[in-house]
Write a protein that binds this ligand. Structure first.
Ligand SMILES: Nc1nc2c(ncn2[C@@H]2O[C@H](COP(=O)(O)OP(=O)(O)OP(=O)(O)O)[C@@H](O)[C@H]2O)c(=O)[nH]1
Ligand SMILES: [Mg+2]
Length: 458
């Protein structure tokens, strides 16, 4: 698959209106096609590699199409390690398509989705793990996901999987060379084998734990609105979501259940949860709501404490002092349209505040500073999450888990005194599962499946 004899072409930018679109070529005829499609003022000059030239682009029927900038990146210093050319024309629905046709009429073939990255993989410039990180980076929906995918592109997962696989491979080679199908490997005690196995399994366990953390990064930050009844939590929830979802009344104790909605802004995902106001006493139903809220405080990754600044510090919030030290806590000091009885200083004495926003939530424009404060706090909360996390897709996850299972079987087989040749089967399977991540052990169908989910031109 993906024969490098052909020169492929695609529009690398999304379709539609835009300042600039890029048509990209890769393969041995890139320079020849570029020379025919893009004419420079002084045509006798050669295309120097990695230099941007101004020129005029012509259609398949040799009509002037557009003023363009073009660059040739000679092999092997390119994304695919082949000759790559890029033509930067004006964006829109028509010109990039006509430029594409022009390249095809001069001998290029339309690229399949992900074919440029497939060629980068087949030429050995990147491994499969890095290729999949390219996809994860393009599809990232939050800054946290993008950061992890970028680390993957730099080899965060591949390097560690490759090292682990190499270790097991060396071991397998030793095993195959030395053992004589008896029940002992010369020069290696069962204890030594067991120790080495344990190390490998622990390393794999560490990878899986970090992968799990990485998966969380794709989910919204659990952000709990909490405070005394009637302070304006539901007003804030509605304001942030942009619709009247939760009931808002002047009667304390309106909200009972936890209400959750996803929300996305400023490059962050949130799971925004409204809750029952906390106060001593209350009826049985209200108390059930308050219990749910208290439990949610311990699961939250970010707290938004909403307080009524026209009343003194409320009773029943003491436990929030400890919780505020554990996760970024934004305090919304609401109802500033009324005479003040609770000031910023007192709030800061009682809670560990990431920030305090004095506001009056009856004014819709107050959503702006509140969003800004949440965004800053999310950066802190998200950073905590991304530390020690890896971007791992479903396929990679399954391969890691399979490798882990084989090592476990190997370990218990060793303890039960199974013969070496039986154990070697599991070792081989573990090596093969790890190879599926870096790309050593994948079939053409698997590659086809992986790369077909890429966008065109990548
Ligand atoms: N004066 C004033 N009233 C506000 C402000 N923000 C909200 N309110 C009013 O305060 C009352 C309570 O608001 P809610 O949003 O229901 O308060 P809550 O914190 O969700 O209350 P519970 O669900 O009972 O815990 C409503 O009548 C709101 O209109 C504000 O900034 N100033
Ligand atoms: Mg409410």
């Amino acid at each position: 698959m993906g024969s490098g004899d052909e020169t492929i072409v695609a529009v690398a930018t999304p379709p539609g209106e835009g300042g600039v679109a890029i048509v990209r070529l890769s393969g041995p005829r890139s320079e020849a096609i570029l020379t025919q499609v893009v004419r420079r003022p002084r045509p006798e000059g050669i295309w120097e590699s990695h230099r941007l030239y101004a020129g005029q682009a012509f259609s398949a029927t040799d009509h002037f199409l557009d003023e363009v900038l073009a660059v040739l990146m000679r092999a092997p210093r390119s994304y695919t390690r082949e000759d790559v050319a890029e033509i930067h024309c004006h964006g829109g629905l028509v010109v990039p398509g006509l430029l594409l046709d022009s390249c095809v009429s001069r001998g290029a073939r339309l690229a399949r989705p992900g074919e440029f990255t497939l060629r980068a993989f087949l030429s050995g410039r990147i491994d499969l793990g890095q290729a999949e990180s390219v996809l994860a980076l393009i599809q990232a929906g939050s800054t946290g996901e993008a950061r992890l995918a970028a680390e993957g592109l730099r080899g965060a997962l591949s390097r560690r999987v490759a090292a682990l696989r190499q270790d097991l491979l060396e071991w397998m080679a030793f095993w195959e060379a030395e053992f004589d199908f008896g029940d002992e490997v010369p020069g290696l005690s069962v204890q030594q084998v067991a120790d080495r196995l344990k190390k490998a399994r622990e390393a794999l366990q560490g990878l899986l734990a970090e992968a799990l953390e990485g998966r969380n990064c794709g989910e919204g930050l659990l952000t709990l609105l909490v405070g005394p009844p009637n302070a304006g939590k539901s007003t804030l929830w509605n304001l942030l979501l942009g619709e009247e979802r939760a009931l808002v009344t002047p009667y304390p104790g309106t909200t009972r259940d936890l209400l959750e909605q996803p929300l996305r802004f400023g490059g962050h995902y949130f799971r925004l949860v409204d809750s029952a106001g906390l106060r001593p006493g209350g009826g049985p139903v209200e108390r059930m709501g308050m219990d749910r809220c208290r439990q949610a405080v311990h699961q939250a990754e970010m707290l938004v404490v909403v307080l009524d600044s026209s009343l003194p510090w409320p009773e029943g919030l003491e436990f929030l002092s400890e919780a505020s030290r554990e996760v970024p806590t934004v305090v919304i000091l609401n109802k500033r349209d009324l005479p003040e009885r609770l000031g910023i200083r007192e709030v800061e004495e009682r809670l560990d505040c990431f920030s305090v926003v004095p506001t009056c939530l009856l004014r819709p424009e107050e959503a702006v500073p509140v969003r800004a404060a949440l965004q800053d706090a999310a950066k802190r909360a998200g950073a905590g999450r991304a530390a020690g996390a890896l971007s791992v897709n479903r396929r990679q996850w399954q391969a890691l888990a399979r490798a882990q299972e084989h090592l476990e079987t190997l370990e218990s087989g060793l303890q039960d005194g199974m013969p070496w040749d039986c154990l070697a089967v599991d070792l081989r399977m573990a090596v093969s599962a790890l190879g599926e991540i870096t790309g050593e052990n994948v079939t053409d169908e698997v590659l086809e499946r992986i790369f077909s989910s890429f966008c065109l031109g990548k």
